[in-house]
Ligand binder design. Structure first.
Ligand SMILES: [Zn+2]
Ligand SMILES: [Zn+2]
Length: 280
């Protein structure tokens, strides 16, 4: 039985994340999630320009976890923080990184789970209702909710969480009447409950977290024994020189000094296309 079994972890959110995270933790580590929304997490940052995020993604998550533990008087706390950007490969696809942090005050541990993938994060400017309907279709509305603002994304007023056509029409007319040039700004709502693509990434981050919670150090039994480094230098199949391809993974404990090198089970060679000598 693990150190997390039968314990309750706080989760501060008003965006409906407790269901997916709770299901994963309950099934995989026998841990319960206690939800609270008595603190407004939007004060620590919003995606819609009103409030800049508190510190880095990890700082913001730690802060939320600490507030949640305090509110629920628990020594185990969870928090999620997401970011949106362009994908790291081509730089042209909207991308979402989700971080989940677990803080265990009783054992003085901090574990993190990550997931990233394509995001449903589109935005645009429209002046006609037909244009907006077309945008809504490509932005996966109504399963994914929309945000409407007059003029541009920096306008102080907005309608958020729009989830049906009548509401969208009302918001469009409202924004158009407030915009001097009749321009309406529209974007996907990125809050978890309004964006199922993001919620799925949060579930994947929870799975990554429970895998780490269940992986214990063979020396001291502390959870979080995980890959911290990768050794490179797999020899090229043609010339035998070292390439940048992976040769082994290094696993490390977060408490003691224990490390393990996990070499590849079958000794392989790198394809010459990865070799700087054969394919410079
Ligand atoms: Zn070579
Ligand atoms: Zn250890």
């Amino acid at each position: 039985m693990g150190i997390f079994s039968k314990r309750s972890a706080s989760l501060l959110t008003k965006h409906g994340k407790e269901k997916v995270i709770g299901e994963v933790l309950n099934a995989e580590v026998d841990c319960f999630v206690e939800h609270t929304d008595t603190y407004d997490t939007d004060l620590l940052g919003t995606f819609t320009q009103e409030t800049a995020r508190y510190g880095s993604q990890l700082d913001a998550a730690r802060k939320k976890a600490a507030i949640g533990m305090e509110l629920l008087k628990l020594d185990l706390g969870l928090a999620n923080e997401g970011t949106f950007m362009n994908d790291p490969y081509t730089g042209s696809i909207p991308w979402n990184n989700e971080l989940l942090v677990l803080i265990d005050q009783k054992h003085q541990l901090e574990l993190t789970g990550f997931a990233s993938g394509p995001a449903q994060n589109e935005s645009g400017y429209v002046t006609h209702w037909e244009e907006l309907k077309k945008f809504a279709d490509s932005a996966l509305f109504p399963s994914h909710h929309l945000v409407i603002k007059p003029t541009d994304e920096y306008h102080p007023q907005s309608r958020k969480g729009i989830q049906d056509l009548a509401e969208l029409k009302g918001a469009f007319d409202w924004a158009k009447s407030l915009s001097s040039k009749g321009i309406v700004y529209v974007e996907n709502d990125l809050r978890a409950f309004a964006n199922p693509t993001r919620m799925e990434n949060i579930r994947k981050a929870a799975i990554d977290l429970v895998n780490k919670m269940n992986s214990v150090c063979p020396e001291c039994n502390t959870p979080g024994f995980w890959i911290t480094d990768v050794k490179r230098g797999l020899p090229c199949k043609v010339c035998g020189l070292a390439t940048d391809e992976e040769i082994a993974k290094i696993w490390s404990c977060i408490k003691c000094e224990h490390k393990q090198t996990e070499s590849m089970k079958v000794f392989k060679f790198a394809d010459p296309s990865k070799c700087k000598h054969c394919n410079p």
